[in-house]
Write a protein that binds this ligand. Structure first.
Ligand code: DC
Length: 234
């Protein structure tokens, strides 16, 4: 598909933890026939690699380009998207473990890690049209993306969705505890000096608190299709 620009069309979906970016991006990509890239999976894979190498957390900020090359994190294209590999292998359950989720934001503030993974994300363009989700997709990685979306939802709703996704109980106490964890991650992602989470100026903001999954997907797909139609009619 083309929107009249040179090269593949990119749809970026950014937003805070638990805003439903990845599930939304995956479905939007499927309906558009684009590949989906989950940039968070790359940050998680790098975190798994560093944890497996037993590098103490206190040293993570000092890892440089050369140190990072030993971890062999790679992106392998599949039919619908990409697999992240650590030393040639799928990191398996470690990718989404509680520990990886807790620690990934700390590694994500290292500027060499960001630079290295930004290059990977951009290289995904060589496989064609993309829907990418993350924190800095529309601001840093793909500033010229054809469509930028910023997803938000209330903290309570994001906590509820996270618990639901993990098959955990939805009682008030669990929601409160999860909200606390999510707001801590929000803080780390928003306050970091390099590539902080923020809404791209030209993004379409969608508050999904009271929207069904289907409604938000349809809305994004409709805008993407209108954009491509508009460009081909010019
Ligand atoms: O979206 P996620 O929970 O899978 O992301 C894991 C971590 O990676 C998240 O805490 C912040 C970081 N991340 C980032 O800094 N920039 C991105 N584009 C994607 C994720």
């Amino acid at each position: 598909m083309t929107d009249g620009r040179e090269g593949p069309l990119v749809v970026t979906i950014d937003g805070p933890a638990g805003s439903g970016k990845s599930t939304t991006a995956k479905e939007v990509a499927r309906r558009l026939g684009f590949r989906h890239l989950d940039s968070g999976a790359l940050y998680r894979a790098m975190t798994v690699a560093v944890m497996r190498a037993d590098i103490p957390e206190g040293e993570w900020d000092t890892l440089d380009r050369e140190a990072l090359s030993q971890f062999e994190v790679e992106l392998a294209p599949t039919e619908e998207g990409f697999l992240v590999l650590v030393r040639g292998k799928d990191p398996g359950e470690d990718l989404r473990s509680v520990e990886t989720t807790r620690l990934a934001p700390f590694l994500a503030r290292n500027r060499w890690v960001r630079q290295n993974l930004t290059e990977f994300q951009r290289s995904a363009l060589s496989f064609g049209d993309l829907v990418v989700d993350g924190r800095d997709m529309g601001t840093i990685v793909f500033p010229n993306a054809g469509l930028k979306v910023f997803l938000t939802a209330s903290l309570e709703e994001r906590s509820r969705r996270r618990l639901l996704q993990e098959g955990k109980p939805l009682d008030e106490k669990s929601i409160r505890q999860e909200a606390l964890r999510i707001s801590k991650r929000d803080e780390t992602d928003t306050d970091r000096a390099v590539a902080p989470l923020k809404k791209p100026m030209d993004a379409l903001e969608i508050d999904t608190t009271d929207l069904s999954f289907e409604t938000q997907v349809v809305r994004i797909v409709a805008v993407a299709l209108a954009l491509t139609r508009e460009a081909t009619e010019k």
